[in-house]
Design a protein around this ligand. Sequence first.
Ligand code: M6R
Length: 608
Amino acid sequence: MCGIVGYVGKGTATSFLVSGLSKLEYRGYDSAGVAVIEGGDLTVRKFKGRLANLASNIQTSPIKGNIGIGHTRWATHGAPSDMNSHPHLNSEETIAVVHNGIIENYLELREWLKGEGYTFKSETDTEVIPNLIDYYYHGDLFEAVKKAIKRLEGSYAIGVLSKNEPDKLIAVRKDSPLIVGLGEDQFFIASDIPAVLNYTRDVYLLEDGEIAIITNSGVKLFTEDGKSISKEVYHVTWNEDAAEKGGFDDFMLKEVHEQPKAIRDTMTSRVSMDHSICLDDLKLSKEDLENIDRVFIVACGTAYHAGLVGKHVIESLAKIPVEVDIASEFRYRNPLVTDKSLVIVVSQSGETADTLAALRNSKKIGAKIVALTNVVGSTVSREADHVLYTLAGPEISVASTKAYVTQVIGMYMLAMNFAETKGTLTSKELDKLKEELLDLPEKVELVLEDKAKVKEVAKKIYKENDVFYLGRGLDYALALEGALKLKEITYIHADAYAGGELKHGPIALIEEGTKVITPFTQDDLKEKMLSNIIEIKARGAHVIGICYEGTKGVEEVMDEVLYIPKTLGMFGPILGVTVLQLLAYYTAKEKGCDIDKPRNLAKSVTVE
Ligand code: M6R
């Protein structure tokens, strides 16, 4: 979604603005712009398309000011165009605003402002904000911003500049992420930490309703009612390299290769043969667990697919009923959440609007909330009762990979911890699981070493219009994730079906040469799945299987087999997904797609 940056200091504002925006490109965008106060006036440059358009314009005709704001826009209200790009100005062109989020009552505000004599140039919801600030401006920008935000409904992170107070940048956050970077004699705002990491590691993580006034002499923080507050500085410990490609062609490929490390980091100090599974501050007693009426796992996209694995393992190991929901459905379907429910929200970014709403709705009812998230200090992590961090490191590519595998590891750890506490597994059974779990990073490394074969298969599918994924049990969850990866980065239509559903409709789609990918990691469902494969083969399907080394009888029925090391069925998704991620990646590469920034997609979906 949109990215925001801002700069106040002694340097040239645009050098940070452009570099900061480039670090936010992963969020997805279709236009970019800046506003800088230069010689007491507001200079605005904004263009549809890639950030490179803006950067080359500024290179040809530099802007000299030391205070500015910048934005990458992911279109919601109005098509991508120069005019709809941010920053937006008030009618008199004295105030500039960048905004991430959605102003839900903008039509009503727009009509009212028109009645007050204001004019509008764009189709965006954002343009009401500078005009509203102008309406309330009587010589004090902070007062005007405070009054204006009281009229806004929806979500916003905004940066505001005014030529009437040319040394001041005001930033406000509500339901959209925003941080303030604290450098030496220079200060920054940004939607995400990587934007400022070249400049500082010390940041304030703004909370909802907080306002920052930033000048050359420092940062002052206030509540939305204008009460001065102080806040702890958050020191970023992860390395800047973590947000760079490090020799790989694309972030996605780099992140897939980081999976062994991400899994190890996520298990460190939590899984060991010497002690019980430790889940940081999440310590539920046997009684707590027995009192839980139901577990709800709520998430979107890939995180939802990790939740499907979670349902399977929590139910089978800990014998607790689990419902898994897509957050945007859950929030509007009045689910039977009670104060005895445990709601696990899963979110890489910790900022996904629907997941956050599901968390808040459940919290109001009194349910206990556990967040499984990757971003320290994210909104989800701050609002949950307990946080279990996936330690995948920054994930830049829009297509989620290492975050997914660590979310699944998080689910295994939760299920094993619950099972141990409830006594539904013997210590011998638990030890076996732990042993296998601890071996997974090495096995993922072996899968990665075998990528040449995956590349060959990619060459056979990149020209397809449709690819199908078929699986049973955990392989169905895996099939869903494989299909999502393929469609989002290759734009090939991909659908996943449960093997047993074939005869209820999907088999009608199979014809001579149809490519069908079948994860085949669930030994207990092997015979059933083989029957499904034989049925589709009989109708001409070209079957690509993902099987454990040494699996008998598969080469006879499958056209291609991609082998993975043997593990317990429960852990099959970790190894299987690595193959499916590589397959999607190399297929996109064959097609020449922009893998890290797929069309129409944003990394962090901070609006509904
Ligand atoms: O940050 P989140 O985990 O909450 O994001 C959820 C989805 O938007 C995300 O997983 C999306 O489906 C990815 N693009 C999938 O690769």
